[in-house]
Design a protein around this ligand. Structure first.
Ligand code: ABN
Length: 175
């Protein structure tokens, strides 16, 4: 087996001759900088976007937010936070919005405009159990996570993985 030892030694030496420590470090740095520019998740970071605090809704906002028929809920799959001690846009006390959201586009019948909606799961307490709403407009299979509502988005939450309910925040007008 000496021939195998010699062959291994020679090829290792050849690689070592061709690559200096400096070029190895250079390539490592390029790889690290490149990796840092890749998005971590292909979905909106809910915490960064924070549209909820300023989301007063459009001037004309018809319907009852405690019913599944309310226009903003067109893409939802979950318990309505407005029936669980929260509101259309705010999580109930003791829960917090997941860091990632799924998104949809809903039509407001009053002003005849389409709006981008961000659906945030509220996390930190067990399921609310009231006002289950499963409309799924625009829902995609789970292999397209940003448009899929059939995911417990609390998986990325700091609070807890427990899913409680879902809020619907207007992100903007879909032109
Ligand atoms: N995004 C709502 C949800 C939560 C838990 C499980 C399925 C769907």
């Amino acid at each position: 087996m000496k021939w195998l030892d010699d062959l291994t030694e020679e090829s290792t030496r050849a690689v070592a001759r061709r690559s200096s420590r400096r070029s190895l470090l250079g390539r490592l740095a390029v790889a690290l900088v490149g990796a840092s520019t890749l998005p971590l998740l292909p979905v909106e970071r809910g915490a960064a976007a924070e549209p909820a605090k300023s989301d007063d809704g459009p001037a004309q906002d018809p319907g009852d937010p405690t019913t599944c028929e309310y226009w903003r809920y067109c893409g939802i799959d979950g318990f309505l936070c407005s029936c669980c001690g929260g509101s259309i846009t705010t999580c109930p006390p003791g829960t917090e919005p997941a860091a990632v959201t799924w998104i949809g586009t809903c039509h407001n019948p009053a002003d005849n405009k389409d709006y981008f909606l961000s659906y945030n799961d509220c996390c930190g307490k067990s399921s609310c159990g009231r006002c289950m709403c499963n409309r799924n407009e625009g829902d995609t299979p789970i292999y397209q996570p940003p448009l899929s509502n059939d995911v417990n988005w609390c998986v990325g939450s700091k609070a807890d993985i427990a899913y409680h309910c879902t809020v619907s925040r207007i992100v903007g007008l879909a032109k």
